[in-house]
Design a protein around this ligand. Structure first.
Ligand SMILES: Cc1ncc(C[n+]2csc(CCOP(=O)(O)OP(=O)(O)O)c2C)c(N)n1
Ligand SMILES: [Mg+2]
Length: 168
């Protein structure tokens, strides 16, 4: 997701996992009148998923989107690239990169902490779920089911843009 305007997109400089959800709570506390949406991978969100409990407990109306590809996909992409570089044939990824078994049900996980949520499995469901997410000022979680690979170029583009703001 490319950054477009200063003050609208926050990431950690080094791309640390686990920052998206508690970070969204912090930004929402600083800007209670603005819509704040924290994005996280499924793996990254598991670092600090208890932020949902904090949001409910203190009634912070941040929104949370989990991009669920059932894996540490960037690590898979990185190791694929490394194997290509050193001429190793593609083969099964290390088991630890897989998050598909058991399946993590993020909507249930959110519900267990008092936060409503919805799962998006088809493109046509995105609009209605966003409408539901933005209908009030309560915390809300969207579990976005994704296939396909991470595009590392896009990630570096976003980080470079943020660093440019900081330097400006
Ligand atoms: C605190 C921390 N631990 C480990 C890493 C290394 N790391 C970078 S990407 C990644 C996998 C991220 O998985 P996920 O959040 O599911 O996103 P995906 O790549 O699947 O889109 C890991 C473990 C990191 N950046 N930060
Ligand atoms: Mg993932």
């Amino acid at each position: 997701m490319p950054a477009r305007a200063a003050g609208e997109y926050f990431v950690t400089r080094g791309g640390s996992l686990g920052v998206g959800f508690p970070g969204a709570i912090g930004v929402k506390l600083a800007h209670p009148d603005r819509t704040v949406v924290g994005f996280s991978g499924d793996g990254g969100s598991m670092y600090t998923i208890q932020a949902l409990y904090t949001a409910r407990r203190h009634n912070v109306g941040a929104k949370f989107v989990v991009c669920n590809n059932r894996s540490y996909r960037l690590l898979q992409a990185n190791i694929d690239a490394w194997w290509r570089t050193v001429g190793i044939e593609p083969h099964a990824h290390p088991l630890g990169f897989d998050l598909s078994n058991p399946r993590i049900d993020f909507v249930e996980l959110a519900a267990s902490m008092g936060v409503d949520g919805a799962r998006v499995e088809r493109t046509e469901d995105i609009g209605p779920v966003i409408d539901r997410m933005l209908a009030d000022d309560e915390p809300f979680l969207v579990e976005l089911m994704l296939d396909g690979d991470v595009n590392p170029d896009l990630i570096w583009h976003s980080l470079r843009t943020v660093v440019r703001w900081e330097a400006a």
